[in-house]
Design a binder for this molecule. Structure first.
Ligand code: BYC
Ligand code: FE
Ligand code: FE
Length: 477
């Protein structure tokens, strides 16, 4: 088991103190990170004590420590899953050779690009969510928001560690740039489109953590297979934190759905909005938006980039080692949907070119599980309504469907018809204005906003009524 150094200014299990140069570079980046956190991170709660878990080691049963902490004092650390001696490259043209402990020169640019793209999403999500605390539905939810935020901050640290350790001067420059691009910025936006979309209310937040953090899960699963061993080890550790983010999303949406059902039953014409809830149709529209925006994050369905990453052993399939026998896949094909005239047809694509589709299809399957749970709650309430994942071609801006107009049911439409019906399928300005009127801060212990049910249990065995956030009593800063 690797030992953890908590006394370093940067907690880590990578023996940072033995590499003075790297340590100095990271210590130079640290104040810039904190400056970014104070200006672009959560607005308004930086002096409060938050009941948070902090990663303190990388072993499977002891890594999470729960305590009150002020966010700027959070111990953002560098943790990699333990090294497996003799690990080999698991797939691609160099399968079975020893995994790389250093960056192979011929793949340097590709690898750096993957790390920068991954790293860029982490601070982006914190920026997207920075105002949500001001309208939290409960202290429990407020704490969960901040838990997600500090961990995305830690994921940024993980990628910056890789850039500083393995990519020299241009790695350090990329690490700086990660703090300078900003979500939604007109001149220097974040790299991937989903991370420039506003998360202006809590329904957006729950959908984002359900659907978009789940893209993170699948991207990390494929990077966890990487032949570049430090990348694989950082990804494996990040995955342990990711589960909670998706839990926040899944249970968050569930609680909004449950409340919608309760209010529908109280209302004479099953109108959740008339009693201050979020109606199921609006929930479906938000789902449509974040699901399809997250599908774009898998890249094109047919991709030579993906084929190259696989050939090079940089990015595999999710569960490459556990789930597959053929790790070379030179003679296999994969069936990919594509639009053709007024139909959607199957086409066989050489498997290496279809890797983004393969990863995306496992994502779709994973997404469905939560939707099933939400539908079960609706059925249990005795309401006749079903939430659905729309067709993978709907509302796409990347890939094979990006120039087509596909309805949520998978019909190929004329662009005009799509434009005419768009408001039935995606959140309108009016929908979001309505949801915004419900977003009122509830910060009393044990209380919750009207539009959402309380959770069935709290965090770490604590009740819902627990004081998850202790307000700072002094002068505000
Ligand atoms: N937006 O070959 P293609 C997370 C570009 S989320 C803008 O089809 P490829 C998190 C692409 O760069 C996980 N541009 O795709 C979640 C390429 O440009 P060039 C984040 C896009 O390269 C919540 C061109 O289009 N991690 O961690 O196979 C909270 C053709 O690309 C987009 C990763 O994504 C897009 N959506 O795949 C916090 C892993 N898609 O070469 C955190 C690292 C494609 O023509 N990234 N393009 O200039 C990757 O693996 C790949 O870069 C992608 C794209 C999967 C994103
Ligand atoms: Fe993350
Ligand atoms: Fe996450």
């Amino acid at each position: 088991m690797s030992t953890v150094d908590h006394y370093d200014s940067i907690p880590n299990n990578v023996n940072l103190h033995t590499d003075r140069k790297l340590q100095r570079a990271l210590e130079k980046w640290q104040p810039n990170f904190l400056k970014w956190w104070m200006t672009m991170g959560p607005e308004g709660f930086q002096l409060d004590d938050i009941y948070l878990r902090t990663a303190i080691s990388a072993d499977s049963d002891g890594w999470a420590n729960f305590d009150y902490v002020r966010m700027p004092d959070y111990r953002w650390g560098i943790f990699l899953a333990d090294r497996v001696e003799g690990r080999t490259i698991g797939f691609g043209d160099e399968a079975d050779e020893l995994a790389w402990q250093q960056v192979p020169g011929e793949y340097r640019n590709e690898l750096k690009r993957l790390i920068v793209t991954q790293g860029d999403t982490e601070p982006a999500s914190v920026e997207q969510q920075r105002l949500l605390g001001l309208t939290c539905p409960s202290l429990y939810d407020l704490r969960n928001l901040f838990q997600v935020n500090v961990e995305e901050g830690r994921h940024l640290w993980a990628m910056v560690f890789l850039l500083h350790s393995y990519f020299g001067r241009d790695g350090r420059e990329e690490a700086e740039a990660l703090l300078h691009r900003n979500s939604g910025d007109a001149d220097q936006p974040r790299i991937l489109s989903a991370f420039n979309e506003p998360i202006s209310d809590w329904l957006h937040f729950y959908m984002f953590t359900y659907f978009t953090d789940r893209d993170g899960k699948f991207q990390l699963l494929s990077l966890a297979e990487s032949g570049f061993d430090p990348m694989a080890r950082t990804a494996r550790f990040m995955l342990t934190e990711e589960a909670h983010h998706m839990f926040v999303g899944e249970t968050g949406v569930l609680r909004v759905v449950q409340r919608a059902c309760e209010l529908m039953k109280e209302s004479p014409n099953e109108d959740a909005r008339s009693l201050g809830g979020i109606d199921l149709i609006t929930i479906q529209k938000y789902l449509n938006f974040w699901y399809t925006t997250s599908l774009d994050l898998f890249g094109g369905e047919v991709s030579t980039n993906a084929a190259n990453y696989f050939a090079a052993g940089l990015k595999g399939r999710a569960y490459e080692q556990k789930k597959y026998e053929d790790h070379v896949i030179l003679d296999s094909y994969y069936s990919v949907l594509k639009p053709e005239d007024d139909k959607i047809v199957d086409s066989d694509v050489p498997m290496r070119n279809a890797l983004n589709s393969i990863l995306r299809d496992s994502y779709v399957e994973d997404c469905q599980r939560g939707v099933d749970k939400w539908n079960k709650a609706i059925a249990t309430a005795g309401i006749n309504f079903e939430l659905k994942l729309p067709h993978v071609g709907f509302n796409r801006t990347i890939g094979i469907f990006s120039n087509s107009s596909i309805s949520p049911d998978g019909e190929v439409l004329e662009a005009e018809e799509f434009a005419r019906r768009r408001n039935d399928w995606l959140p309108t300005a009016a929908d979001q204005e309505y949801v915004a009127t419900l977003m009122i801060s509830v910060m009393e212990r044990g209380k919750i906003a009207n539009w959402i049910c309380p959770p069935t249990k709290g965090i770490k065995g604590k009740p819902f009524e627990f004081e998850y956030v202790r307000r700072y009593a002094g002068e505000s800063a």
